[in-house]
Write a protein that binds this ligand. Structure first.
Ligand code: FAD
Length: 280
């Protein structure tokens, strides 16, 4: 299957990519790893007439510690995140999460920026990004702005990114060690039927859920039920986790019914929080 015809432009810099987005408006799409965009174009779910390739912009692929955070460039691949010693040593949740994505080929080409910008409801990173309370830097014609993860994912395949903005960097805390990601995947693709990320921090336990609803979310009811508890008893944890799908409308499709997804959210929330607590 071939995509509809399009013009291909390779941007050499962030500024050039932003200029091209501004110039072509809704007709343009950025190309990063291509592992979501190209299938969408082949299926005619996306039909850009201009594709702006950002894969060769060198200063968008890095993982480095800055102050109390680890900064990750948008073009950093899932494989680079999975195998990063900085992340594994200092803030392992994203590395653990990246290891769950697709297969080796997907992890070698797919990027964190592309995954977050695409906002697939079954993508893995959003759960971790929400639980880590990450910050996301974007650049557009109006300059640079920082979006909190809690304000980034808006709806199915929709984010707070404007059409003329480029996601350039993600920052996560450098000290989040008591973390875990537990998912039940769709066997053929690896996408999450229900993926839960847990972070145990000084300010409490944060829980991010993906795959269950049209958009990834913080399981606020679970977090509230565990507020102030450093070592919850197993029954307290189980009761808290039973609220993992509160307030959302679980998706239902050929892979899993809404009830099954809600059940998986609860089971995986209990397991992820227990695992994160065991790493304190
Ligand atoms: P692209 O496909 O290049 O772009 C995706 C979208 O984001 C496009 O709309 C593009 O314009 C936009 N975009 C890209 N970069 C930026 C940027 N810097 N700023 C603004 N917009 C941008 N994902 C999972 O999470 N878990 C899985 O288990 C999983 N399994 C997969 C299995 C298969 C077989 C395939 C093909 C994909 C799978 N994926 C999975 C998706 C994969 O992780 C993709 O790599 C990812 O969703 C998109 O990243 P990309 O770099 O390929 O982005």
């Amino acid at each position: 299957m071939y995509p509809a015809q399009f013009d291909y432009i390779r941007a050499k810099s962030i500024d050039e990519a932003v200029t091209l987005l501004k110039q072509h408006g809704d007709a343009a799409k950025l190309l990063a790893g291509g592992h979501s965009l190209i299938p969408a174009m082949k299926l005619r779910l996306a039909r850009p007439s201009v594709v702006v390739d950002i894969a060769r912009i060198g200063d968008l692929s890095y993982i480095r510690e800055t102050g109390g955070a680890i900064a990750i460039g948008a073009m950093t691949t899932h494989h680079d995140i999975e195998s990063s010693t900085v992340l594994r040593d200092r803030s392992p949740l994203l590395a653990e999460t990246a290891a769950h994505i697709g297969d080796v080929q997907v992890r070698n080409k797919g990027t964190i920026g592309g995954s977050l910008a695409h906002a697939d409801p079954a993508a893995d990173y959003p759960a971790a990004i929400l639980a880590l309370d990450a910050e996301i830097d974007v650049v557009g014609p109006r300059g640079k702005r920082t979006i909190k993860s809690s304000a980034f994912f808006l709806d199915l395949l929709q984010t707070a990114l404007a059409a003329d903005e480029l996601l350039v960097e993600v920052r996560v805390p450098a000290t989040a060690k008591s973390v875990a990601y537990v998912k039940t995947e769709q066997k053929a693709s690896g996408f999450a039927l229900a993926g839960v990320a847990a972070v145990v921090g000084a300010d409490g336990i944060r829980v991010g859920v993906t795959g269950v609803a049209p958009v990834a979310y913080r399981a606020a009811a679970v977090e509230r039920a565990l507020a102030g508890q450093r070592t919850p008893k197993p029954e307290t944890l189980a009761l808290a986790a039973s609220h993992a799908a509160d307030g959302v409308q679980p998706l239902s499709d050929i892979h899993a019914s809404a009830d099954f997804r809600a059940h998986l959210a609860q089971v995986n929330a209990e397991r992820a929080i227990a695992k994160a607590l065991s790493r304190v």
